[in-house]
Ligand binder design. Structure first.
Ligand SMILES: *Cc1c(COP(=O)(O)O)cnc(C)c1O
Length: 374
């Protein structure tokens, strides 16, 4: 059997281990330490704007704290892009709030400005103004930042920007992770850079960052004894893992180049197969191409390709199943236009790692071409 080709696997650059060794040598084996601070400043310089980063144990933890910092509580409503990974929506329910799902548009596959405004007006007319909008840069493609910001401003509802998949992407040269009132990043094992598990919250002010760190470290008030006047969480990133993150930051730009090259390779390889289409970048949008995705003519063909690649030991996956179709979320309100359902039916994510070899890429291309020749 040919070796397994993964959808997106960890890719170490080489210096990560020396940062980890340093953590061991100095005995900073704790959810604080010089690597945590260093990783935060690395991210702040990379994002290249006035922002304040709190390193956390996961992107999901960052979303949870983000909602808390936006004062989302029991009985509130929060709008969430339906086409996403479940971690975008779960923290809404942690807070006892209600997720309101909104469909995507075709240009970026992200939250549709028209449906968003329809949803906001309808929720207001039913008596509740949503407390936040969770918008996601899916597969690294920025959402329509300008349109979403305009709606956020018009109705005075803050955006919680889920940039878990989009570190390294830009919108008119500004980095993803800097657009929301609060933004989040993920360094899970499958993301463009990884700390094995980890995440970050990006805040516009130092005060909000400090509040995030306070909540993430058990909400200990300033006192010698353990004094608590609010509920805390254990959400801080380990200094050992932050060391991996520091090493990964040195190769982030290389990873973006490599993933974009993978996307270009597929697009070029399948340019004569009319049945397969790819999502181009609209003007001013720059995607890190975290995952390369293609759209097939039907669910039957998508499954045909997926199963024939599986036989070749190549991992692929349908595009995210929209949240409004998930058993756990299907009874929540949703505002749909059919786009995310259709993409789920016809779309397939291909192996996209920055560490894929030319041989592996050719194996994927050959398997797909063979499917269409058969
Ligand atoms: C990975 C991911 C998350 C969650 O990040 P974790 O670090 O795995 O908790 C949230 N949203 C999206 C869109 C993701 O892809």
């Amino acid at each position: 059997m040919a070796s397994k080709i993964w959808l997106s696997s960890p890719h170490m650059g080489g210096t990560e281990q020396s940062y980890v060794n340093n953590a061991f040598d100095t005995n900073w084996i704790a959810p604080l330490g010089p690597h945590v601070n260093g990783f935060e400043s690395d991210l702040e310089s990379y994002l290249d704007t006035d922002c304040n980063v709190a390193a956390l144990s996961s992107g999901t933890a960052a979303l949870h704290l983000g909602l808390i910092l936006l004062n989302v509580g029991h009985g509130d409503e929060v709008i969430c892009q339906s086409k996403t990974f479940s971690a975008s929506a779960n923290p809404i329910v942690y807070q006892g709030a209600t997720p309101i799902f909104v469909d995507s548009e075709r240009d970026t596959w992200n939250i549709c400005p028209e449906q968003l405004e329809i949803a906001i007006k309808d929720r207001i007319s039913k008596g509740k103004k949503p407390k936040a909008i969770i918008a996601v840069h899916l597969y690294g493609m920025p959402y329509k930042v300008k349109d979403i910001q305009a709606i956020s401003k018009k109705y005075d509802i803050p955006v919680l920007e889920d940039s878990a998949e989009a570190l390294g992407s830009t919108y008119h040269s500004d980095k993803c992770g800097t657009f929301g009132e609060i933004a989040i990043l993920s360094f899970n094992g499958n993301k463009i850079i990884t700390t094995s598990g980890g995440g970050a919250l990006v805040a516009k002010s130092l005060k909000i960052k400090e509040k995030a760190v306070f909540l993430a470290t058990q909400a200990r008030d300033k006192a010698v004894e353990y004094l608590h006047s609010s509920i805390g969480y254990n959400y801080r990133l380990s200094n050992v893992l932050a060391g991996i993150g520091r090493g990964q930051m040195e190769v982030l730009d290389d990873h973006v180049k490599a993933r974009r090259r993978v996307y270009e390779f597929y697009k070029e390889s399948f340019k004569d197969i009319k049945e397969l289409t790819f999502l181009d970048e609209p003007d001013g949008f720059f995607s890190n191409r975290w995952l390369s995705c293609m759209v097939t003519p039907s669910e039957e063909i998508r499954e045909g390709i997926r199963l024939s690649l599986e036989k070749e030991n190549i991992e692929t996956r349908p595009l995210w199943k929209p949240m409004h179709q998930q058993p756990v979320f299907k009874d929540y309100p949703h505002y749909l236009n059919g786009v995310s359902d259709e993409l789920f039916e016809k779309g397939l994510c291909l192996p996209s790692g920055s560490n894929l070899t030319d041989d592996e890429l050719h194996r994927v291309a050959t398997a797909i071409k063979t499917y269409f020749r058969a």
